[in-house]
Design a protein around this ligand. Structure first.
Ligand code: AMP
Length: 145
């Protein structure tokens, strides 16, 4: 049994989200730990090669926001989490995760990680981004490659 009081779980809403959530549930089971969920919406990026006028950026963003809201609502209901513990922010995931952990004064952040892919080694994974500057414990759940 752990003695963590406030746990922030970062969810990308992919198929692997349940693996991360299950770890959080196992760790907090039988404790009074307060669980918070965070999903970060990333600004829709359009490459210069795309003819910008043909892309409805606001529409894409609205669709992504709606999808995230519904998915977080469903996760929140499954975990019986009040809305104020379901956070959706806009920005760069690693930075947003670190910032919310600081604001909420969480003592643990739980997130997923894929290990060492060539791509991640070159460009940096979300988990390695969170590691730099995190102000509390960090648990990275190993996800299958
Ligand atoms: P990645 O490095 O993109 O494979 O993501 C690894 C882990 O980072 C995920 O399992 C999540 O815990 C977290 N993560 C990635 N993207 C987001 C996001 N947009 N919002 C919240 N957490 C995220």
């Amino acid at each position: 049994m752990s003695n963590y009081q406030k746990i922030l779980v970062a969810v990308d809403l992919s198929d692997e989200t349940n693996l991360v959530l299950n770890k959080a549930l196992a760790l907090s089971s039988g404790t009074d730990a307060e669980i918070h969920l965070l999903h970060v919406l990333e600004p829709v990026a359009v490459g210069y090669a795309v003819e910008v006028t043909s892309v409805d950026i606001e529409g894409l963003h609205a669709e992504a926001t709606e999808y995230a809201r519904e998915a977080m609502k469903a996760l929140g209901a499954t975990l019986s989490l009040p809305v104020e513990r379901q956070h959706i922010t806009l920005g760069q995931p690693a930075r947003e995760i670190r910032e919310l952990a600081k604001t909420l004064e969480t003592d643990l952040v739980i997130m997923g990680g894929h290990g060492k892919h060539g791509f991640e080694l070159l460009f940096g994974s979300t988990s390695s981004g969170v590691t730099h500057g995190i102000t509390c414990d960090l648990l990275i759940v190993h996800l299958p490659n």
